[in-house]
Design a protein around this ligand. Structure first.
Ligand code: FEO
Length: 398
């Protein structure tokens, strides 16, 4: 895709990764992604972020289309993860900028990643202002949104915030603006990105949004480094969405995530789903054999209850459930009700192990159900009642 002038003298460069499905080795990007970066043509030509290394050719081509033979004076590195700093070393070598601006933690990460000797790095703690000619850039550290080095760059003259990972979505498109695409799909992909990338840092999101409000930052454009950009009223829409995501207010929804050996645990999970549905709770039944952990997490994100199921296997639980629970624990979802089901043949540790995981996630526990061998009508009825009890707990919570 060719560069797009998003305001006079400010360009989206970026690379559209249509074929990306594995995102950072742990999450699915079913619709591909983009690596957005930006070029401001002023007295000091300033490049904000780069792209993943495999798009170095695209980046050079885009820079040449905007600048011709003019040089890049400044580089701003908002975040050092390789999807944004993957071409940084090549940019420094080829364009030889006068200065590279980054956060205090960015400098440490840059040193560790690139082991540079003589790069002209200048640290820009929160509050630093930099004149690039007609325009100013100011910097706000957003530690852990998404890495310790992350920062936001704001241009008051243009009312543009370059927010790096924040407000991103994994979506490869030919459109550049959020108002040009289907809103429901945009919202789904934005929430999916939040659930899998940003969720553990929700307290930082709340703090950052409060700081933006206190500083009275006016916003005409929000430029995340993945997916569509927001302009006009969509800036307030995106901020409102992030506020909601960070608060993690649950919906009248339950996710039953399970694995099964000989379908006994599966039958129990289905009975729990019936009890929940009959009480008016929206239910997602997700078997780990057919769902990636990041897709499950996208559903868990706004659910009020998470029910986990596994038979006993080698005195523990099935490996796909251990994978799911490890992933979920790292993302630290809040405000959830938890419960468990599981079948067993002889030792029967499954439900105890599952419940421990839920307790570790600070979930409010509803009595689990376990069963030896194949569940009969009585056991399935117990699971149905378990579903109703979880529904009652959801009702009390909402
Ligand atoms: Fe899109 Fe944390 O990198």
């Amino acid at each position: 895709m060719r560069p797009v002038e998003i305001k006079e003298g400010v360009f989206w460069l970026g690379a559209v990764d249509w074929n990306r499905r594995d995102f950072h080795g742990y999450s699915k990007a079913h619709k591909g992604t983009t690596y957005n970066n930006f070029l401001i043509v002023d007295e000091k030509v300033t490049l904000i972020d780069t792209v993943a290394e495999e798009f170095w050719g695209t980046l050079q081509c885009n820079i040449a289309q905007v600048l011709g033979d003019r040089k890049i004076d400044y580089v701003v590195a908002n975040h050092l993860e390789p999807d944004h700093a993957g071409c940084l070393a090549k940019v420094v070598e080829k364009y030889q900028p006068e200065k590279i601006f980054t956060s205090p933690m960015g400098q440490k990460a840059m040193k560790a990643h690139f082991k540079y000797e003589d790069w002209p790095v200048e640290v820009t703690p929160t509050g630093t202002e930099l004149s690039i000619g007609k325009r100013t850039l100011s910097f706000l550290e957003t530690r852990m949104l998404h890495w310790p080095d992350s920062m936001l760059t704001y241009c008051p003259e243009e009312k543009i915030a370059f927010t790096n990972d924040a407000f991103g979505q994994n979506w490869a498109t030919s459109e550049r603006w959020a108002d040009q695409v289907d809103r429901y799909r945009l919202e789904e992909l934005m929430a999916n990105y939040y659930a899998n990338i940003v969720l553990p840092y929700s307290p930082v999101v709340i703090k950052t949004l409060a700081t933006i409000k206190e500083m009275g930052l006016e916003l005409d454009i929000i430029c995340p480094d993945h997916g569509l950009l927001f302009r006009g009223d969509d800036c307030a829409w995106a901020i409102e969405k992030y506020q909601q995501y960070a608060e993690q207010k649950p919906k009248n929804k339950a996710v039953i995530v399970y694995d099964t050996m000989w379908h006994s645990t599966e039958k129990m999970a289905e009975a729990v789903a019936s009890g929940l549905a009959d009480e008016g709770v929206s239910v997602r039944l997700m078997c780990m054999k057919n769902n990636h952990h990041s897709d499950v997490m996208a559903e868990v994100f706004d659910a009020a209850a998470v029910i986990v199921g596994s038979p006993t296997h080698n005195n523990g639980i099935l490996p796909l459930m251990a994978d799911m629970l490890t992933y979920m624990k790292g993302l630290r979802p809040q405000n959830k009700i938890g419960s468990a089901v599981g079948s067993f043949g002889w030792s029967g540790e499954c439900v105890k192990v599952l419940t421990q995981w839920l307790e570790d996630l600070n979930m409010e526990i509803v009595e689990p159900v376990k069963n030896q061998y194949v569940p009969d009508h009585e056991v399935l009825n117990k699971c149905y009642e378990q579903g109703k009890a979880i529904a009652a707990a959801i009702k009390a919570k909402l």
